[in-house]
Design a binder for this molecule. Structure first.
Ligand SMILES: [Zn+2]
Length: 249
C-alpha cells in the first residue's frame, strides 16, 4: 500500500534523474454519452490531461462520435467488437480469446473498425475486452488496419508483432469484482510501475497507464481521479501524454 507521499518521492527521484515520468489515461466501455462520461471528460479538461476512450463499436451511438469530436483532449480507441464473452464456462472472460475461429474474430474486428471510422480522432488501436486476446491474432491486425494494442500490465515488447505497437495500462481502479480497490492500492500500482521503469526492471519507455471505467466509478473513485490528476499534473517530473504519442512516441 502506498501513500501520496510515496508518489511524490518516486516522482522526485525521476526529477533528480532528469527524466520525464510519462503517464497516460485510458477509460473503457463507452457506447454512448452519459452523465458519467461527461463528468469524466470534464475532469480531463479541468486538469488539462488527455484521455483515451475505448469505445465498444457494436451499438456505439453516432452521437458519441460527435460529442467526442468536440473534445480536443479525447482520443478514441476500439474496444473489441461487441464486448461479448466467448470464453468457455469456468475460464476467464474474453471476447478475443483462443478457442474462437480466427477468421470470425478478425472479421468482427474489421467490422468494428468500420463502425468507428466516422469517429473523429479514432486511432487504429485495439483494446481487447477484459484485457486479453489470443496472441496469435496480433500479427494479423495490420491487415485489417489495426496498428496497436493496449491491455493490462507491463508490455511484453514495444512492438509485439511487426507493425503492431503496444502500450498497456498498469493501474486499474477496480478489483475483478468491480469494486474500487482503494486509493492506497491504486497508488501502490502506480508507484511500483514508475519505480520498476526507473530502475530498468520493465520497459522504461512505456508510459504508466491509469485505467478507469466511467460507468462504475463511485464517489471515492471520482475523488481519487481528480486528486491524482491534479497532484501529478503539478509535479515537475510528470508529462501526461495522449493520442498517438502513447503508441507512437
Ligand atoms: Zn471493457
Amino acid at each position: 500500500m502506498a501513500e501520496w507521499n510515496d508518489l511524490d518521492r518516486e516522482l522526485d527521484a525521476w526529477r533528480t534523474e532528469g527524466r520525464d515520468a510519462t503517464l497516460w489515461w485510458r477509460d473503457d466501455d463507452a457506447r454512448q454519452m452519459t452523465p458519467a462520461l461527461e463528468r469524466l471528460l470534464g475532469l480531463s479538461e479541468e486538469a488539462g490531461v488527455p484521455i483515451a476512450i475505448a469505445v465498444v463499436p457494436l451499438g456505439a451511438e453516432p452521437g458519441l462520435g460527435e460529442c467526442l469530436s468536440r473534445r480536443p483532449l479525447a482520443a478514441v480507441l476500439q474496444h473489441g467488437y461487441a464486448h461479448v464473452n466467448h470464453a468457455p464456462a469456468g475460464s476467464r472472460k474474453a471476447e478475443l480469446g483462443p478457442g474462437r475461429d480466427a477468421e470470425t474474430v478478425l472479421a468482427e474486428l474489421a467490422e468494428g473498425r468500420r463502425l468507428l471510422a466516422p469517429f473523429d480522432g479514432a486511432l487504429p488501436v485495439l483494446v481487447p475486452p477484459w484485457n486479453r486476446m489470443d496472441p496469435s491474432l496480433l500479427a494479423r491486425l495490420p491487415a485489417i488496419g489495426l496498428e496497436a494494442v493496449s491491455a493490462y500490465k507491463p508490455r511484453p515488447a514495444p512492438e509485439p508483432a511487426p507493425g503492431v505497437r503496444c502500450a498497456n495500462v498498469h493501474a486499474d481502479l477496480f478489483h475483478m469484482k468491480g469494486r474500487f480497490i482503494g486509493e492506497r492500492a491504486v497508488l501502490e500500482l502506480i508507484v511500483d510501475h514508475l519505480a520498476a521503469r526507473r530502475k530498468g526492471m520493465v520497459d522504461r519507455c512505456e508510459a504508466t497507464g491509469l485505467l478507469t471505467h466511467h460507468l462504475d466509478l463511485d464517489d471515492a473513485c471520482w475523488a481519487f481521479v481528480r486528486k491524482f490528476l491534479r497532484r501529478t499534473r503539478d509535479h515537475a517530473a510528470v508529462r501526461w501524454i495522449g493520442g498517438r504519442e502513447v503508441f507512437w512516441p
